[in-house]
Design a binder for this molecule. Structure first.
Ligand SMILES: *[C@@H]1O[C@H](CO)[C@@H](O)[C@H](O)[C@H]1NC(C)=O
Ligand SMILES: *[C@@H]1O[C@H](CO)[C@@H](O)[C@H](O)[C@H]1NC(C)=O
Length: 231
């Protein structure tokens, strides 16, 4: 009984240490590390069918392109091996141009949330979070060599927050985020949040054409799956 309690306490202590510690491994100048995805069951439960708004999108400098702002996505599960990202975003130029997307995500692992977007084997997407109820990180390597490393110039990171069921892009969703966990979750990639080797695009907010685009996506989604975007 006592030893069980001791193990319980020890387990708790270890958990506390890892959640409040600092990244000990140094970032190296050439590569990031491909992280482990969250368990697939957690992904199906916490991520699939829920609207996530992108908060930051990062890539090495000089940036290859300017990403969309006001980017909202839902990942649908078509079958065991095939998922689909349905998203809307806006080009940050004036006047804003609205974009809508459907990207296939093919599973790359039998147990973890790791995918090939657009079915390209060297293009890997990994979703991870220690609190998927509130946020997810999406790590992308566009030139996987089969090793656990990815060159910084091919590494892209997206931080998404859960958007609830209405009022997508509202600043209230930024309240009370578990910021420490969001920072610490990046440790396995060896990219530190905010490092100056990357450009950190702030991309959060309401999509001005949301009503119109959700209708577009709904129509696109009629073929085979139901899209959960609401207006
Ligand atoms: C899953 O769905 C995709 C797209 O509709 C299809 O190409 C694939 O054959 C399906 N796989 C299984 C195992 O049903
Ligand atoms: C996602 O939503 C669709 C349509 O509402 C539903 O059929 C499906 O079971 C949901 N999938 C998951 C994994 O919750």
């Amino acid at each position: 009984m006592l030893s069980l309690l001791a193990i319980g306490l020890l387990g708790h202590a270890i958990l506390m240490t890892s959640a409040s510690g600092t990244c000990e491994r140094m970032m190296d100048s050439a590569d990031s590390r491909i992280p482990q995805g969250m368990p697939m069951a957690d992904f199906d439960f916490w991520v699939v069918n829920r609207t996530f708004g992108e908060l930051y999108y990062a890539m090495s400098i000089p940036p290859l392109y300017i990403p969309d702002i006001n980017y909202l996505q839902i990942i649908k599960r078509v079958n065991e091996s095939y998922y689909e990202e349905v998203a809307i975003g806006e080009t940050p130029s004036s006047p804003k141009q609205c974009n809508s997307y459907v990207f296939p995500w093919l599973r790359a692992s039998s147990t973890r949330a790791s995918f090939h977007r657009n079915g390209k084997p060297d293009n890997i997407f990994v979703v991870f979070s220690s609190c998927p109820k509130k946020y997810i990180w999406v790590y992308r390597c566009t030139q996987c060599t089969g090793s656990s490393r990815c060159s910084l110039s091919h590494t892209f990171l997206g931080l998404f927050i859960y958007e609830g069921t209405s009022d997508f892009g509202s600043p209230s969703y930024l309240d009370d985020l578990p910021l420490q966990d969001m920072l610490m979750d990046l440790c396995p990639t060896r990219v530190k949040f905010g490092v100056e080797e990357f450009k950190w695009f702030y991309s959060y907010g309401k999509n001005s054409e949301y009503t119109h685009l959700s209708l577009t996506i709904y129509i696109m989604g009629m073929d085979g799956f139901v899209v959960a975007l609401r207006v």
